[in-house]
Design a binder for this molecule. Structure first.
Ligand SMILES: CC(C)(COP(=O)(O)OP(=O)(O)OC[C@H]1O[C@@H](n2cnc3c(N)ncnc32)[C@H](O)[C@@H]1OP(=O)(O)O)[C@@H](O)C(=O)NCCC(=O)NCCS
Length: 298
């Protein structure tokens, strides 16, 4: 990897109307919310292959995230947790500064108090306790009734607002240094790019009286070892009626239909409803980690 400058990404401006008014959204998306490595690479492949997982990344201990950098307007990087145990974290932070990176993400197991202390020493702050759930997909699982795909259709205000609801506990909302409009742009870009098929293979919805009342985005195509649920939300007035469970089932059926043998979904430990839903649907926790933001003054 050469410099930490944002990659030469042909980022397309999305423009849209709706509850959030017309705006230009220079698309970016953090797949730390749903970041199986395979999906991360697939989603970013066109723009960042040379940056992710290369020997240069390993030597540097971080890689710049093009989409996040574009959204924030300055370089944002993912820092490898390996640098903590080799004692390199302070040096890596200096390299981040030298590359003018302003925000670094780093994740460590929740139980690793030593790593958390090392990150705190370089100014990192825990912004999320992220839990990843996984379930094996049953081959031939039928698609539940009352769920339809809206992939490729125009993104409606209902879908935008459900995307924002899905991010209620997001670290991009929890970190006081991130302005609320940035969080909104991130999640609105997420649903728009999902609807266009750019970063999701399907978007499934349930309707109540013709209005979209719940939605789930699914990543998982033939050949993937793991499918991923990106966003999921049910309208506040329609919760507790089984729609969340139905959407989960639909996401699993979608993976089953494409031969994807397992499915994952990540959420925040403090999101009791989401954790309850995933557990009720038979998912098991496969990872429990602390996510830190390291802000670097210019
Ligand atoms: C999480 C969410 C999608 C659940 O949708 P829902 O339609 O209310 O869920 P369901 O009615 O299908 O509930 C299915 C099961 O989930 C569990 N569950 C649902 N809400 C729960 C809550 N508030 N606390 C604990 N468990 C809950 C229960 O086990 C429930 O089964 P039961 O009704 O037999 O007890 C919904 O609460 C929501 O949209 N939350 C805000 C957005 C969000 O946080 N999304 C997750 C992002 S990772």
């Amino acid at each position: 990897m050469s410099s930490g400058v944002v990659a030469e990404v042909p980022l397309t401006g999305l423009s849209f109307a709706g509850s959030l008014a017309m705006r230009q959204c220079f698309g970016t998306l953090s797949y730390n919310h749903a970041d199986t490595w395979a999906m991360h690479r697939r989603v970013l492949r066109p723009v960042a292959d040379r940056r992710l997982g290369t020997p240069d990344d390993e030597a540097l201990g971080f890689h710049v995230l093009p989409w996040d950098s574009s959204l924030f307007g300055f370089p944002v990087a993912h820092v490898s947790a390996d640098v903590i145990h080799t004692g390199r974290l302070p040096r890596v932070v200096e390299s981040l500064r030298a590359e003018e990176v302003r925000l670094g993400y780093i994740s460590v197991p929740w139980s690793d108090a030593g790593a958390a202390a090392a990150i705190a020493l370089v100014g990192g702050r825990c912004v999320d306790r992220k839990v990843r759930f996984r379930k094996a997909v049953i081959a031939g699982l039928p698609k539940p009734a009352g769920v339809e795909s809206v992939l490729g259709k125009p993104c409606t205000a209902d879908l935008e607002s459900l995307a924002l609801v899905s991010g209620t506990y997001s670290r991009f909302r929890a970190d006081p240094r991130i302005p609320p409009d940035l969080f909104e742009r991130l999640y609105v870009a997420w649903i728009h790019r999902s609807m266009s098929g750019e970063i999701a293979e399907d978007v499934l919805v349930v309707r109540v009286e013709d209005r979209v009342s719940g939605m789930v985005t699914v990543v998982g195509a033939h050949g993937d070892a793991i499918g991923v649920i990106g966003l999921i939300a049910v309208h506040a007035g329609h919760r507790g009626r089984g729609y969340g469970r139905r959407l989960m089932l639909a996401a699993e059926a979608r993976c089953a239909a494409h031969g994807v043998p397992a499915i994952e979904v990540a959420t925040q430990r403090r999101n009791a409803a989401a954790c309850g839903l995933y557990a009720a649907c038979g998912y098991e926790v496969v990872r429990d980690e602390a996510v830190f933001h390291i802000w670097l003054e210019p």
